[in-house]
Write a protein that binds this ligand. Structure first.
Ligand code: ADP
Ligand code: MG
Length: 750
């Protein structure tokens, strides 16, 4: 009997096991049974041949239309050509042989149906498979496997040249045959209540379904495994976290926080007041706060975070603020320093009594500055330490870390949060996580399911809404000229503008390190929910022009020469040295630059309230949330904002629909759902889930919202009753495997 962790060769033999390992990275029985079919062919229903793409490995069910052979022209031997069809499209199969191949013509006589597997190519305008493997589907000659195909549905696996779909199916059959599931991961009562398949049934049903209903039940059950295991793990974490003690940091009267509030140039919104009150209560508690603050772009999350940090500093603790980019870390450092004024200048000339100090720690800092920052953190001299992921490094230590704030992120997985948390020594620090844009409920439940949540929905009063318009260059070329004119008008009125391009330009070696959709994919420069890292051909071939994406360096040169001649045009991108970036941002914030031509380095968090126009070039290359986030860089003051989405995508394309959606609403919650429909789950879930093999394979965050919610309730209830899962060995093992998977993904990324 085989169980999940067993090596495959015990079940299917050395040869097949080696092939699966080499080609598909499948090593254990569990790996193989987790390799689900990518689709099912109905027996007798031919595969659509018209949609095949060059270069793809395909497995198709088709019928032979004709077969013929002829001698090769320049060499000895024969070519046999077999044309197969689905009734509409045709595909030519070519076989070369040293001798005659009459047997093949006989085997593949017209009318014969078979599965054919190979790589699609084109030859003289005809689609073909060269030397495909095939598997006859008739009775008689199909031999041993005929019975296997008696079922209505034929599983089709993602195959490679060496490993055809039916060979995978063969191995799966053997594995299923000897599979032993001593402990079902889903509790019996739950299964009974919901009418779910047992685990072994589900695996059989997904690999070898009798019919579609059978497959659907199997999928439902396996989705439950994914959702439930994850939610149990999150519920356990939440419970365990509540068990830890933290140093209570109650508000102190007449402290830094009070002074900060007194100096605030605006009133807090109701949402900010409520979130702050909740956080203040959490911080005063004896158990660590674990809270997510999510909110609309521009809703003012930073102020809430600063207030929390000051409360902790007042209570003689330290706070760390982790920002996703260096630009943002620097901006936070500067703006907090200026907000605090003398309150942040302890021991310095002009520093107030009871003042604290701020320290910045980033990866690019020189050794002396770095040493100083490390010392400030470790000695407790700095009450607030602001930094990038450099803060996660082992050598960063704190005297008394009371609060960790993680800004504008959801890409930090559980493991990264732990890495910072561990820096608090014996007790645990309070943790506040902030997202860059609103996130859909299911994402919140899956990524942050172990956190309490609060949400800022409203924007500060007095904000004029951001108007967003499309500039469809294909149909209305003169709109582009108008775009540059608008920038001139705004600058004449004393305002500033961003022009965003997808690419930096002038790449040595032809643009390596560049993402086709966003720019600057390095961890430093991309972050947040808006990060767009698709590497598959879905979504961006939908209207983007064939030329390379527009580049910052080219466009900046052109604009300063022509359209925006006379204006002060600056550039900003990920290849600038860190201090150069800082200089540029500072100059822009101080109004010394009118127009900043930039990549998406400014996407997250950058706050220059005097900027009122955001022009996004090749806008179809950016994701929905990313556009929303970019647009959030303007309209942050009282002057209103204008966002122009410049695109060459044609009118009826999916790209244009996406852009129209962004233009039609400024509701980040609505857009986050649209965004979710366009991305793979791994992109959304980030680190842990985007590992080599995602632990969420069947679950879809949008479609399965109800299931995920239900799984969460069930998980919380069960973990409340039996936190250690003592009565559920199968579940305990599944949860442990998931944790292991997350750790592996974390290490892989680190
Ligand atoms: P986000 O939630 O996107 O991180 P920020 O915290 O950067 O937003 O705040 C956006 C801008 O709004 C900042 O310039 C900030 O100073 C300002 N702001 C925050 N709260 C208020 C408020 N209650 N009234 C007016 N302006 C505010
Ligand atoms: Mg922010």
């Amino acid at each position: 009997m085989a169980v999940h962790a067993d090596p495959l060769r015990l079940v299917i033999g050395d040869k097949a096991a080696t092939r699966l390992a080499d080609n598909l990275d499948i090593h254990t029985v569990g790996d193989l049974l987790g390799y689900y079919p990518r689709r099912y062919d109905k027996r007798g229903e031919l595969t659509d041949l018209v949609g095949l793409k060059d270069g793809e490995y395909v497995t198709v069910q088709a019928e032979v239309a004709s077969a013929s052979s002829r001698p090769m022209r320049n060499r000895r031997g024969t070519i046999s050509e077999v044309v197969v069809t689905d009734g509409r499209g045709r595909l030519t199969l070519t076989f070369f042989a040293k001798g005659r191949q009459d047997w093949r013509e006989k085997e593949l006589a017209p009318g014969t149906r078979a599965l054919f597997s190979g790589q699609v190519s084109s030859f003289r305008g005809k689609r073909q498979l060269t030397h495909p493997e095939y598997e006859l589907l008739g009775t008689g000659s199909a031999g041993v496997r005929a019975a296997e195909y008696a079922a209505e549905l034929i599983p089709v696996y993602r195959a490679t040249g060496q490993m055809q779909s039916w060979k995978i199916a063969d191995s799966v059959r053997l594995a299923l045959h000897s599979l032993d599931v001593p402990d079902d991961p889903l509790p019996l009562k739950l299964r009974q209540r919901l009418g779910l398949y047992g685990y072994a049934d589900a695996l059989r049903g997904i690999h070898r379904p009798v019919d579609l209903a059978d497959k659907d039940r199997a999928v439902l059950r396996l989705k439950w495994d994914e959702a439930f295991t994850l939610q149990v793990r999150l519920a356990q974490r939440r419970l365990a976290a509540a068990d830890y003690t933290a140093v209570p940091r109650p508000p102190v009267e007449g402290g830094l926080l009070a002074a900060f509030d007194a100096g605030l140039p605006f009133d807090l919104t109701l949402g900010q007041v409520q979130a702050s009150a909740q956080i203040a209560r959490d911080l005063a508690g004896e158990h660590p706060m674990n809270r997510l603050l999510q909110g609309e772009v521009g809703s003012g999350k930073t102020v809430v975070a600063i207030r929390a940090m000051l409360q902790v500093v007042d209570a003689v603790g330290q706070a760390a603020l982790l920002a996703p980019t260096e630009v943002l870390a620097q901006q936070h450092y500067r703006s907090i320093a200026s907000l605090l004024g003398p309150l942040g200048m302890a021991g310095q000339l002009g520093g107030a009594d009871h003042a604290t100090r701020l320290t910045l720690l980033t990866g690019s800092m020189g050794a002396p500055a770095r040493r100083k920052a490390l010392l400030e953190a470790a000695s407790g001299g700095a009450g607030i330490v602001i930094g990038t992921h450099a803060l996660l490094e082992d050598r960063v230590q704190f005297a008394d870390l009371g609060l960790v704030v993680i800004d504008e992120q959801h890409r930090f997985g559980v493991e990264q949060r732990d890495a910072l948390r561990d820096k608090a020594g014996d007790g645990r620090p309070h943790v506040l996580v902030m997202t860059a844009t609103p996130i859909p409920r299911t994402v919140a439940m899956t990524v942050f399911g172990d956190l309490d949540m609060c949400t800022l929905t409203e924007l500060p009063r007095g904000r004029a809404p951001i108007a967003t318009h499309l500039v469809p260059v294909a149909e209305r070329p003169h709109y582009l000229a108008r775009t540059w004119e608008r920038i001139r008008e705004e600058v004449a009125a004393g305002r500033q503008a961003y022009v965003v391009c997808p690419r930096i330009g002038d790449e040595a070696g032809g643009g390596s390190g560049q993402d086709r959709r966003g720019a600057d994919r390095s961890f430093e420069e991309t972050a947040g929910y808006a990060l767009d890292g698709q590497d598959e051909d879905d979504g961006d071939g939908d209207g983007a022009p064939a030329r390379p994406p527009l580049a910052v360096l080219d466009l900046a040169a052109q604009l300063s020469e022509h359209e925006l001649a006379g204006l002060r045009v600056g550039i900003m991108h990920g290849r600038l040295a860190p201090d150069e970036k800082d200089k540029v941002m500072l100059a822009f914030a101080d109004g010394l630059i009118d127009v900043l031509v930039t990549t998406t380095v400014v996407e997250v968090g950058v706050d220059v309230p005097n900027a009122t126009v955001m022009v996004i070039m090749d806008a179809e290359r950016f994701g929905v949330s990313q556009l929303h986030q970019l647009r959030g860089r303007v309209g942050r003051g009282s002057h209103g904002g204008l966002c122009l989405l410049v695109t060459e995508a044609p009118g009826e394309s999916p790209a244009r629909e996406r852009l129209a959606a962004v233009a039609s609403t400024t509701d980040g919650f609505v857009l986050s759902r649209i965004d979710l429909t366009q991305r793979r789950e791994g992109d959304v879930l980030g680190t842990a889930q985007a590992g080599r093999r995602s632990s969420l394979r069947l679950l879809r965050l949008l479609e399965d919202e109800d299931l995920i919610g239900q799984a969460r309730e069930e998980a919380v209830e069960l973990v409340g009753r039996d936190p250690a899962l003592a009565g559920y060995p199968g579940l305990a093992a599944a949860v442990e495997a998931l944790a292991e998977h997350e750790r592996a993904a974390f290490l892989e990324k680190a």
